[in-house]
Design a protein around this ligand. Structure first.
Ligand code: 1OR
Ligand code: 1OR
Length: 372
């Protein structure tokens, strides 16, 4: 081989691009094994290729934060069913790392209002203080009037919005699907997944929004928000009760969860205490025990994918039982009362069915005890 021929070896652009995408995904995900991850990554990439027949079905059972349930409207089911890997970490994300974050100076009053507005933004929960300050600096105020279209379905994503005030209606294919009342956020999906806008958002009243541009959103929020949604996706998909939630609501639920770990034997909930939230079991098992005369009696064991601590939230009563970590350390995802009410409020009826079961068991147990 001459030195001439070696000079002619060129790295094709496609190869460069694929490797870059893979490297970004790898660095963000930080998986334990590069080979296993590469197999998973490239298998997904291949399945998502537009030229592959029947892509709709082939991506169905893959890990995809925004894959849709069959009962959701067609627009979401078709145009948005894409691999998270392919969409969220394109080389464009790399471009977004250029330059400094925009700073919009604010009066004390503006900053105070902004801080108040972002207090309950679940997407910001995993941010560190420094990142949170960057977010506050980068947000700018936008006043809206009744009838204003803030977002139109199908457009490219420009900004992401946090609501300070106003009522906003959300439409998919002209069908009204959601309303925001003076609180919440919208416009994050297109920026998070690099997809066209999933819905139209129109102001019903005068209102005030805080906006953040796409680059800043991707630079500061993409990694943390995306990683969190992905981390909890499998867990939330495995909880039967949550099947009643729409995919979009499950994503919001993922934003709200906080991981907590308990050593073997540690008490997680104490019977009689006031409730501050509920728990989903990510790893390990717990023992549910009730005070009976002088002793504590185990009444149930729960494992991965199951939940507890919901009863007090639904009944607004003290904790009905104590719960302990058993058989090694336990990893839990905690959902605080406020987020529970916001996201799971309408599931209360489903949860209430449990109360009937608990009461039935309690009666059975009491009867057994008196027969002894
Ligand atoms: P976006 O950037 O795609 C439209 O622009 C925004 O509407 C979207 O981000 C969300 O922030 C917001 N499904 C999809 N997007 C929704 C939904 C929603 N609700 C609000 N947005 N669903 C309603 C869930 C109660 C699911 C409908 C199938
Ligand atoms: P919580 O918020 O009252 C204790 O805190 C949690 O233990 C409770 O929510 C349930 O999630 C969970 N009866 C009452 N609470 C139970 C029970 C239970 N099992 C789990 N928890 N029974 C056992 C049913 C298998 C009835 C016992 C007689």
């Amino acid at each position: 081989m001459s030195s001439d021929s070696s000079r002619r070896i060129q790295v094709p652009d496609e190869l460069k691009e694929v490797l870059l995408q893979f490297s970004i995904a790898f660095l963000v995900e930080q998986p334990p094994d590069v080979i296993d991850y590469a197999v998973e990554y490239f298998t997904k990439l291949q399945a998502d290729r537009p030229s592959v027949l029947n892509t709709d079905q082939s991506t169905d059972d893959q890990v995809s934060v925004n894959s849709q349930d069959a009962d959701e409207p067609p627009v979401m089911a078709t145009s948005r069913r894409k691999s998270v890997f392919a969409e969220a970490y394109d080389p464009e994300a790399d471009d977004d790392d250029d330059g400094a974050t925009a700073v919009f100076p604010k009066t004390d009053d503006q900053r105070a209002r902004l801080v108040e507005s972002v207090k309950n933004v679940l997407l910001f929960r995993s941010l560190e203080k420094e990142q949170m300050n960057q977010v506050l600096d980068a947000m700018f105020e936008r006043k809206v009037q009744p009838g204003d279209y803030i977002i139109r379905q199908g457009d490219d994503g420009d900004n992401f919005y946090v609501i300070e005030s106003g009522i906003y209606k959300v439409y998919i294919n002209d069908k009204h699907i959601n309303t925001y009342n003076h609180t919440g956020l919208f416009g994050e999906l297109a920026l998070l997944y690099n997809m066209p806008r999933a819905a139209t958002v129109q102001a019903e009243t005068n209102g005030l929004l805080w906006a953040m541009d796409r680059q800043t959103f991707r630079r500061i929020l993409l990694k943390s928000a995306f990683r969190k949604r992905k981390m909890y996706e499998e867990l939330l998909n495995s909880v039967p009760m949550l099947k009643a939630l729409q995919n979009y609501e499950r994503m919001n639920l993922a934003d709200a969860l906080v991981s907590k770990s308990y050593d073997n034997g540690a008490r997680i909930i104490k019977q009689g205490d006031a409730a501050d939230g509920m728990y989903f079991i990510e790893e390990g098992t717990v023992s549910v025990r009730m005070d009976q005369e002088d002793a504590e009696v185990e009444i149930s064991q729960l494992g991965k994918g199951q939940y507890f601590g919901e009863l007090a939230l639904v009944t607004h009563r003290p904790r009905a039982a104590s719960v302990y970590a058993t058989g090694g350390p336990v990893k839990l995802a905690f959902l605080d009362t406020e987020a529970f009410e916001r996201i799971m409020g309408f599931l209360t009826d489903v949860l209430k069915r449990n109360i009937v079961i608990y009461e039935q068991m309690f009666t059975d147990m009491a009867r057994r005890n008196t027969n002894l």
